[in-house]
Design a protein around this ligand. Structure first.
Ligand SMILES: Cc1cc2nc3c(=O)[nH]c(=O)nc-3n(C[C@H](O)[C@H](O)[C@H](O)COP(=O)(O)OP(=O)(O)OC[C@H]3O[C@@H](n4cnc5c(N)ncnc54)[C@H](O)[C@@H]3O)c2cc1C
Length: 473
């Protein structure tokens, strides 16, 4: 029996027009005649931020593992973004990255390029591409409130989505019929509730409590006035703050101060922000930012927990319904992997659509999507759980790996090849197991015993509690 309903007259609905939803829509447009993206926000023109994507105001970069996929799905987009003034950074010397108190080597050495562009600009450029695809439309200002279904053998089959105008309370709902509904509504996704309503179990959910705060602002710095394009002072043992400063399009720089730990909040007052910058940032950047005009107010964002909803473990799934992007898993944003994972999920969805029937699609997709998810999850939670204040499930293997990564990072301060290898893994170009390649292990083992953390001297006053040797140190 022909189980697929794709083909002539087939319809898909994607909920949410963030990067996840746009990637899903791009892939679905190859298979479905009509793809409707239902988005709660009314879209701003150009690369402006919007309410539904509050993370858009904060530092955002596309990892090296995502960039080729972005180009594969949207040919020519990289050149278009470069023309807008976005930065592709392809040399170690153009970045200053300190992780767990270790500054990666800054030798002139080519690395797989990462993309630095503001999140609203990137989303806008992708959205415009998706809008131009045949059969795709974006239904703005509409909130998805539930799904409709029928019974198909022993399983539920989703037949559409119930929507209501987002701006008007108690407005009348209507239904958009669909053969496939993809929920890309982000970390607030109501998919677990919908599954229960459809007679299925909720997925197991792993959570790691990290309490990361962001406070960010945009500045304009004259082009070519700076030696580097992307600076991250990441989390380090005993430190309450870190920062990220990313060169973006049109000579804009996004500058975020991050706070770590429950009860900590990153400062919004200009004096305190500049004080921290002078403590933590390379002097050229602190000076440039002190002299630059801010282009907007400081925006705050809190990321209390990372989560992974394990849909791939569910035995019974309804036909015609998928979760996608942050609706499945959202990682600690300081590792910058969410958009790359969404692109990898896009590839997994494309393969699943090409190779399976509708009935098998959910299982096939979730299993394939779990592979890139588990790499990103291991990296993000492995690094976070090295800090005693992080709450989550710890394993002996994780602790051993944490100690090895700490040695690796200490060695990568002096060894550009190890620094490049670390970036390739952090950027999801290579699997975490690449850190354990024989040549890398040999170098790490032979490297001198790690010295004290190389935190900027000036940052000594930013101490949450006495620095002590943790698995990350
Ligand atoms: C502070 C911060 C910094 C980050 N930095 C990076 C980074 O540097 N690099 C990186 O790769 N990733 C980063 N991320 C993660 C990245 O933003 C996401 O992983 C990625 O954009 C995928 O998100 P999404 O599209 O699945 O969900 P979202 O971006 O949350 O989009 C969900 C969309 O659904 C809409 N919506 C919600 N509910 C409904 C509803 N009921 N009906 C209709 N529409 C609805 C929302 O309006 C929104 O448009 C960061 C995240 C944060 C919080």
């Amino acid at each position: 029996m022909e189980e697929t309903r794709r083909g002539r007259g087939s319809r898909a609905v994607v909920l949410g027009a963030g990067i996840g939803g746009l990637v899903a829509a791009r892939v679905l447009a190859d298979t479905f005649d009509e793809v409707t993206i239902v988005e709660r926000d009314v879209m701003p023109g150009g690369g402006h931020g919007r309410r539904g994507v509050p993370q858009g105001r904060h530092v955002h970069g596309m990892q090296a593992g995502g960039l080729p996929l972005l180009e594969e799905l949207f040919p020519g987009l990289r050149a278009e973004l470069a023309g807008d003034g976005a930065h592709e950074i392809a040399d170690l010397s153009r970045v200053s990255l300190r992780f767990a108190g270790r500054l990666l080597n800054q030798a002139e050495l080519p690395v797989a390029p990462v993309l630095s562009v503001s999140r609203p600009h990137l989303e806008w450029r992708i959205r415009e591409r998706v809008r131009r695809l045949s059969g795709v439309r974006v239904a703005e200002g509409l909130e998805a409130v539930g799904v409709t279904s029928t019974v198909d053998g022993d399983r539920a089959r989703v037949t559409g989505v119930r929507v209501a105008p987002a701006a008007t309370r108690d407005a009348k709902e209507r239904t958009i019929d669909a053969d496939l509904v993809v929920d890309a509504t982000g970390r607030g996704s109501r998919m677990p509730v919908w599954l229960e309503q459809l007679g299925c179990a909720r997925p197991d959910e792993e959570r790691v409590v990290v309490h990361i705060g962001y406070a960010s602002q945009t500045f304009r710095l004259p082009r070519d006035s700076y030696p580097q394009d992307l600076i991250i002072e990441g989390r380090a043992p005993g430190r309450r703050h870190g920062f990220g400063a990313f060169a973006c399009e049109q000579d804009r720089w996004t500058f975020s101060i991050m706070s770590y730990g429950a009860g900590e909040r990153p400062p919004t007052e200009p004096e305190e922000r500049m004080r921290l910058m002078h403590q933590m940032a390379p002097p050229w950047l602190a000076e440039a930012l002190s002299a630059a005009e801010p282009l907007d107010d400081v925006a705050r964002h809190a990321h209390p927990t990372s989560h992974w909803r394990h849909y791939e473990r569910l035995g019974r799934l309804p036909v015609g319904l998928l979760a996608f992007g942050d609706a499945i898993a959202a990682f600690n944003p300081i590792y910058g992997t969410g958009m790359t994972v969404a692109l990898k999920q896009g590839v997994a969805l494309r393969t699943a659509l090409e190779t399976t029937t509708d009935t098998e699609l959910p299982r096939r997709f979730y299993r394939a999507a779990a592979r890139p998810l588990s790499a990103a999850w291991a990296l993000s939670t492995g690094a976070d759980l090295a800090y005693p204040e992080t709450l989550g499930k710890r394993t002996r293997r994780g602790a051993l790996m944490g100690r090895y990564v700490a040695r690796f990072l200490a060695a990568a301060e002096h060894d550009p090849v190890l620094a490049r290898r670390f970036l390739a893994v952090a950027g999801l170009v290579e699997a975490p197991s690449a850190l354990l390649a024989p040549a890398a292990v040999a170098k790490v083992v032979r490297s001198p015993a790690p010295t004290a953390l190389s935190l900027p001297e000036r940052a000594r006053s930013d101490v949450a509690h006495a620095p002590r040797e943790t698995a990350a140190s």
